[in-house]
Design a binder for this molecule. Structure first.
Ligand SMILES: [Zn+2]
Length: 339
């Protein structure tokens, strides 16, 4: 089969399109024919070596949709040809956290990699039936952003009528957060740097859109619109915005840190956190039950996948370049040959 592999960390050019053996499913595992894989920021960080080097060639990619191709021993309830969506959270399934349904708190929790390929092998428990009415690309676009956003919105205790500020609102995670927060009855202030994207957000009835030039302090504008400040700020940018996030959130409010696309180092005045009784909440994917609960909402059109562009798998480097440049409204999708 053909797959994208990384042999050493670096720029988009290290994504090599090459022929590799088709993986065999082991006990309890299923091989899927990948019809669409989504690009996540995590894939960029892995490629750049932020999670370590590569002892052997590595196939990135966590989100995908496709068809069951072959079953390993011990698998029941699935048949070749079934359309499935990948739930990329892998956990032990036996510890107290797993049994309580909080798989991302499992000591063995990790996120699956390997969907930038014609075939991928996953535990059967990580495959969910694909809702009818969705394309493979749409189904592949949901996983990481929607699971992550639903998990931190639940843990933040966000209530109807409360206010959320979402930085980078036009990225995959941003659009997932905006949709899920509105579904909970929250007021959403969506922040974007691009006037064209701001218009696109307004066109989707996300009417409170703040334009940010990448440097200025939005705290004043957010306070002017919200009085005491929002109950929740969702910050996926990191060093460029985190201090503003802390400054703008209301007393007793929560700042979610989820990825740090502008860098992970910030200087923090702890007095600001404890005197104002703030919560800093870290988010990393979510419980494995979330995707199964959200998929029917996509089937009914309550939630919408947003896809910026679909590339042939071979052009994964171009997709990475585009995501790195921030030139996306929604998700970038890779399609293997024959998809
Ligand atoms: Zn566990």
């Amino acid at each position: 089969m053909y797959a994208i592999r990384i042999h050493e960390p670096g720029g988009p050019g290290v994504l090599r399109y090459e022929e590799v053996p088709v993986p065999e499913p082991g006990w309890g595992e299923v091989r899927i024919r990948v019809r669409a894989a989504a690009v996540n920021h995590r894939d960029l960080w892995i490629r750049q070596g932020l999670f370590g080097g590569f002892a052997e060639p590595f196939i990135p990619g966590s989100d995908a949709a496709g068809e069951v191709d072959a079953l390993g021993p011990g698998v029941s309830g699935l048949a070749p040809g079934d359309r499935v969506v990948v739930n990329p959270g892998l956990s032990c399934g036996r510890c107290a956290a797993c049994l309580a349904g909080m798989q991302n708190a499992c000591p063995h929790f990790r996120i699956f990699d390997g969907t930038y390929a014609e075939y991928a092998v996953l535990p059967a428990a990580n495959l969910l039936p694909m809702p009818s009415g969705l394309t493979f690309a749409e189904a592949a676009s949901i996983g990481v952003p929607f699971i992550t956003a639903e998990d931190f919105l639940t843990r933040s205790g966000l209530l109807p009528g409360q206010t959320v500020v979402v930085w980078a609102a036009t990225g995959g995670l941003g659009l997932a957060t905006v949709q899920l927060a509105r579904l909970r009855g929250a007021r959403v202030l969506a922040v974007t740097r691009d006037p064209g994207k701001a218009e696109a957000l307004r066109g989707r009835q996300f009417d409170e859109v703040l334009l940010w030039d990448g440097q200025s302090d939005l705290t004043g504008e957010v306070r002017a619109r919200t009085g005491e400040g929002p109950e929740l700020v969702v910050d996926s940018l990191g060093s460029a915005t985190f201090r503003q996030s802390l400054a703008m959130v209301r007393r007793g409010g929560t700042v979610v840190t989820v990825g740090a696309t502008t860098g992970g180092r910030v200087e923090l005045e702890l007095g600001e956190v404890f005197r104002r009784r703030l919560t800093v909440l870290g988010a990393y994917l979510g419980a494995s039950g979330i995707l199964g609960r959200l998929l029917p909402l996509f089937a009914r059109g309550v939630l919408q996948p947003v896809i910026e562009h679909t590339f042939p798998l071979e052009q994964a480097d171009q997709a990475h370049e585009q995501l790195e440049a921030g030139a996306v409204f929604g998700k970038l999708i890779l399609e293997p040959p024959g998809a």
